[in-house]
Design a protein around this ligand. Structure first.
Ligand SMILES: *Cc1c(COP(=O)(O)O)cnc(C)c1O
Length: 239
């Protein structure tokens, strides 16, 4: 991995971090309240070194196979989260390898994760399809409570830390602000009634195009990919 690649990556990360802190301040929070997760699906195993050298600590993988092959060399270099759809038959591969699964969207998956939990509980976020757009993944708001019940019934094996959403693709990030605001409202409402079981503090929302808006609306984890690799990303397009 060339020095130039690493320093370009560092610059882009700096821009993203600055925008995150500005947005956090706007919402009355601190930069430290928001974690930057790099969506590492854009990097093959040989490119993970650049992420490490550029100071990335938290990465999110979409596929069990990639997670396994990248961890052969880099298991200790990062904190690993899983952000892609979890196939139930792969749950046993994913669970021991990650600190958090962002994309839990069925009662059956909650039950499978409970079965695969080791000594410590499996930390998860429930993926909610807020916008109601045609999407294969994520549960509608009306089904979230069923997932919380399944997790509460797992005898402490599945710990729900909060919620995740994918906003629809739009031209202007302002057009998806309502999605992030809505997920925060869902979180606040459920937090009150589930206090005894779960903390529900995390909101995993915001990607390359819309992370600043997501942070303004309360995101605690942004998942950033394209903007770190594309020309015309935030390094060029400084606002
Ligand atoms: C790829 C991916 C991201 C990052 O998206 P970008 O638009 O590349 O920033 C975030 N979340 C999930 C679940 C992803 O698959």
């Amino acid at each position: 991995m060339s020095e130039a690649t690493v320093s370009r990556l560092r610059e882009r990360l700096d821009v993203v971090r600055e925008r995150i802190s500005a947005a956090a301040r706007k919402s009355g929070r601190e930069a430290e309240d928001v974690r930057l997760l790099v969506a590492s699906k854009y990097y093959d195993a040989s490119q993970m070194e650049a992420l490490r050298e550029a100071g990335v600590r938290l990465v999110g993988e979409n596929r069990a196979e990639d997670l396994i092959s990248k961890q052969e060399e880099f298991a200790e270099s990062f904190e690993w989260h899983f952000i892609g759809h979890v196939q139930r038959r792969k749950a046993r591969l994913v669970v021991p390898r990650v600190e958090m699964i962002h994309s839990v969207d069925s009662v059956r998956l909650v039950e499978e994760l409970a079965k695969r939990a080791g000594e410590r509980p499996v930390e998860v976020l429930l993926q909610v399809n807020v916008s109601g757009e045609e999407s294969k993944y994520g549960v509608p708001e009306s089904e979230v409570e069923a997932l919380l019940e399944a997790a509460a019934g797992s005898g402490g094996k599945v710990d729900v830390r909060g919620f995740m959403t994918l906003a629809p693709l739009v031209e202007r990030p302002e057009d998806v602000r309502y999605v992030f605001a809505r997920l925060r409202e869902v979180r606040d409402r459920l937090r009150a009634s589930w206090r005894g079981d779960f903390d529900l503090q995390e909101l995993s929302m915001g990607m390359s195009d819309d992370y600043a808006v997501a942070v303004e609306e309360g995101s605690t984890i942004v998942r950033i990919g394209r903007v770190l690799i594309e020309e015309g990303g935030p390094v060029r397009r400084q606002e």
